[in-house]
Design a protein around this ligand. Structure first.
Ligand SMILES: Cc1ncc(C[n+]2csc(CCOP(=O)(O)OP(=O)(O)O)c2C)c(N)n1
Length: 628
């Protein structure tokens, strides 16, 4: 038991599984909610994590588990960043201090971690599709249980969620959707749907009256057909008076709400009622993001995902040098001062991608499209073809969503769109759903696309200048999470398709791509001490490859090692190896990268170490081949 996080004589100490909630009264559940809040604040202040979203769903999670019978009943959490309370209630409170740490529990649902985690999530807007699939499978197999998707108003801005609503509404399938509406994505939510939800939020009178009328209909004997018809007509008239178009009901859902998402009793009563209903139902609950912790309520965006912090002040404990995201954002502002044609596009991540200064300085040239990466990319294509210079900043992992838009809408038309691919490489504590380790492989299949990887903040600035001001076609710059350091040679002028020889040597050529250059340089130092003379190349362009530079070095050393922070297959490493093999020279090649499977969560440096991509790991791999 973790006595620092909860009291031995409290209610939380008694909860080993959701079954233990069934016997508690609503007053006791409210006390449990208080204990969970204090547990969350204490624990996440040490590990870091998605504190604000979880503080917002304490009562909702308790009410759901009180009424549903998990793991028989399935709960699918959209994005999954708000599952801490669910994890605490489903037998994981005593390992909660390992959250997001290497070999510890994940910050997202994992079917392999617990039978209570019904579906793995991480990227947004997938829950309704997955829940509908599970519900349809249940019906085909003649099984009986409830499937519930819990989705936030931010995640509802993603196209997939609309596609799923469109399908689910007419499915006739028993399905429960809980819309957790806190008015926030990471930043305040955007778009027409968000505006629509806020209009509903301020019209509780209509919904309360309508629910009472429905209850009246339900209580009437079947024989009183005329009276039932009259009440139905009254409901319809009220609807057209108060809510011009009832989106969810028109799509085919029975709609309940808005309900106070911090009132366990009220939510439990509705969940009991809807649990027995046959078709698709949507329950709209309103919550406060960050509820119960002053700093998170006041700054839900800053406390969305946060590093370890001091509880008393809300201040983050570690603060390092300027990170790549803000180097990018600030440099883009400098360029935008000079060039009026530049526009910036974000898919609900303006803070994370460093675009806040741009948003504030150039509000008319900044576009937050919601969690809609596909739309963001084709929007950029439209901007480009109409003669502006769009820069789209998206994390590597979320860019996966927009593969076809990059290929079909941007690249085939050779449009000048700049992709700022943030969090490239190992992303760290968010884990396997968030690793930016696939982008080079999938971007490599896209025609006409240049791919650059800066090895230092100065290089990122140079590359951004080049990509925005000089290049004319599609171009991606991929840079890692966190900050970087400068090195000798990082100020060499950038030339299209050209890498840089950083250090000359005789025995082996080490090519350190982007963020891996630093570890590669350190590995070279270690190898020199072992008597291995290393030549080191900074490729700068992952595509096109500087074959002249690389072939020249391969000819000299006869042994080329490519170090990259992405999966080994496809992309830069295999292309370089192919070029060397095609050159029919007697040179040996080795690609060091990550295995082609999910990479777990943990501190970035520890993950790189685990997979042999730290300086020592690189040295050992080089030596093992030298000695063979
Ligand atoms: C495809 C995709 N893009 C971006 C993100 C980053 N992201 C994580 S949570 C979040 C906001 C979600 O808002 P909402 O669903 O309302 O949940 P809340 O945190 O407000 O509870 C975003 C943009 C993501 N997980 N997936």
């Amino acid at each position: 038991m973790n006595e620092n996080l909860y009291r031995a004589d409290g209610y939380l100490a008694r909860i080993e599984s959701p079954r233990d909630l069934k016997s508690l009264s609503f007053e006791e559940l409210e006390q449990l909610a208080d204990e969970i809040r204090s547990f969350l604040i204490k624990s996440v202040s040490k590990t870091g994590g998605h504190i604000a979203s979880n503080l917002g769903v304490v009562e909702l999670t308790i009410a759901l588990h009180k009424v549903l019978n998990a793991p028989l009943d399935k709960i699918i959490w959209d994005v999954g960043h708000q599952t801490y309370v669910h994890k605490i209630l489903t037998g994981r409170k005593d390992v909660f201090d390992t959250l997001r740490q290497i070999h510890g529990i994940s910050g997202f649902p994992k079917t392999q971690e617990s039978p209570y985690d019904a579906f793995n999530t991480g990227h947004s807007s997938t829950s309704i599709s997955a829940a509908l699939g599970m519900a349809r499978a249940r019906d085909l197999k003649g099984e009986k249980y409830t499937v519930a998707a819990v989705i936030g108003d931010g995640s509802l801005t993603g196209g997939m969620a609309f596609e799923a609503l469109n399908d689910a509404g007419i499915s006739g399938t028993k399905l429960l959707i809980i819309l957790n509406d806190n008015g926030m994505s990471i930043a305040p939510n955007v778009g027409g749907l968000s505006r629509y939800l806020s209009r509903i939020r301020v019209r509780p009178f209509y919904y309360k009256t309508r629910e009472s009328l429905q209850a009246l209909v339900d209580s009437m004997p079947r024989s009183s057909k005329r009276l039932r018809k009259f009440v139905h007509k009254l409901k319809a008239a009220m609807k057209s008076m108060f809510v011009p178009a009832m989106f969810f009901e028109d799509l085919g859902f029975r709609y309940f709400g808005p309900i106070d998402g911090h009132n366990i009793r009220e939510m439990a009563a509705i969940f009991e009622q809807v649990k027995t209903m046959k078709g698709p139902v949507l329950v709209h609950v309103t919550t406060t993001k960050g509820k119960g912790y002053k700093f998170a309520e006041e700054h839900p965006d800053r406390f969305h995902g946060i590093a370890p912090f001091e509880i008393e002040t809300g201040q983050v404990l570690q603060s390092g040098s300027e990170n790549y995201s803000s180097v990018f954002g600030n440099r883009l502002c400098d360029l935008a001062q000079k060039e009026n044609n530049i526009v910036a596009i974000s898919a609900a991540m303006s803070d994370g991608t460093g675009l806040r200064p741009f948003r504030e300085s150039f509000p008319k040239r900044f576009f937050d499209v919601g969690i809609a990466e596909q739309h963001a990319v084709t929007l950029a294509a439209g901007f480009a073809i109409a003669g502006t210079k769009p820069v789209v900043a998206i994390y590597s992992t979320f860019l996966q969503r927009a593969y076809d838009q990059i290929l079909h809408d941007v690249a085939l038309q050779k449009l000048h769109v700049v992709f700022a691919v943030d969090r490239a490489g190992v992303a760290g504590a968010d884990g396997e759903t968030h690793q930016g380790i696939y982008d080079v492989s999938f971007l490599y299949t896209i025609p006409h696309l240049a791919i650059l990887a800066p090895a230092s903040p100065n290089e990122l600035k140079e590359m951004l200048d080049y990509a925005v001001m000089e290049h004319t076609g599609p171009i991606a710059i991929r840079y890692p999470r966190g900050s970087g350091v400068e090195f000798d040679g990082s100020d060499m002028p950038l030339r299209y398709g050209k890498g840089v020889l950083i250090k000359e040597g005789r025995d082996v050529t080490l090519i350190g791509a982007g963020s891996m250059l630093q570890n590669t340089l350190e590995a070279a130092e270690l190898l020199e001490k072992e008597g291995v003379s290393c030549e080191v190349i900074n490729p700068r362009f992952l595509r096109p490859v500087d074959d002249e530079l690389i072939l020249g070095s391969a000819r000299k050393t006869g042994y080329v090692v490519i170090v990259q922070d992405v999966i080994q297959n496809g992309g830069f490493g295999s292309t370089v190896a192919g070029i060397i093999n095609d050159g029919q020279m007697n040179a040996h090649t080795m690609v060091l990268g990550l295995p082609d499977r999910g990479i777990e969560h943990g501190k970035r440096s520890l993950i790189y170490k685990e997979y042999g991509l730290d300086a020592n790991g690189i040295k050992m791999s080089v030596l093992s081949e030298c000695r063979d």
